[in-house]
Ligand binder design. Sequence first.
Ligand code: 2AM
Length: 170
Amino acid sequence: MRLFIAICLSEEMKDALRRVQRQMESQRVTGNFTSAENLHLTLAFIGEYPDPDAVDLPPVEPFTLALDGFGSFGDLWWAGLAPCPALNRCVAALRRGLADSGIPFDRKRFSPHITLLRRGIGRPAVQVPPAGMTVDHISLMRSDRGKRGMVYTELRRSEPWSSPRKQDGV
Ligand code: 2AM
């Protein structure tokens, strides 16, 4: 089973990202655009792993994410996020938990991005509309190759956050 951990995006965020994709299309940029249902923010990529139940998803103290910026890694084009220390803390806690439980994951430095286009041809110049969302959980996702591209399925969510005293079992 191919697994990763992600933040699933709100409809408002997806609408804003679809608008960015439409700007790219109107500039005759081509490639594999991520479908609206597949837009997500990856926090940790596990890859092939047989036991999804072993993956611990730490509760997330709610925080706000906001779209900010646009760029590319080679021919992969992405929308970025405003700097967010709470997001970085969430990813650090998640990755620490994975490491402690011996679950392998891609240890490349976290570089928050939402992939909009893969194998892009052209040089888009776009405006990313303002959009934001509150994040109160993270999701364990399964990735399968479907007939029309990748299919991402949410397997499980982190438990809701409760106050630190409760988290410590006090
Ligand atoms: P990407 O958007 O930059 O391609 C499912 O494959 C998700 O995991 C994608 O969002 C992908 O990121 C991300 N991912 C991170 N590391 C990966 C890796 N080594 N191989 C495949 N996908 C990876």
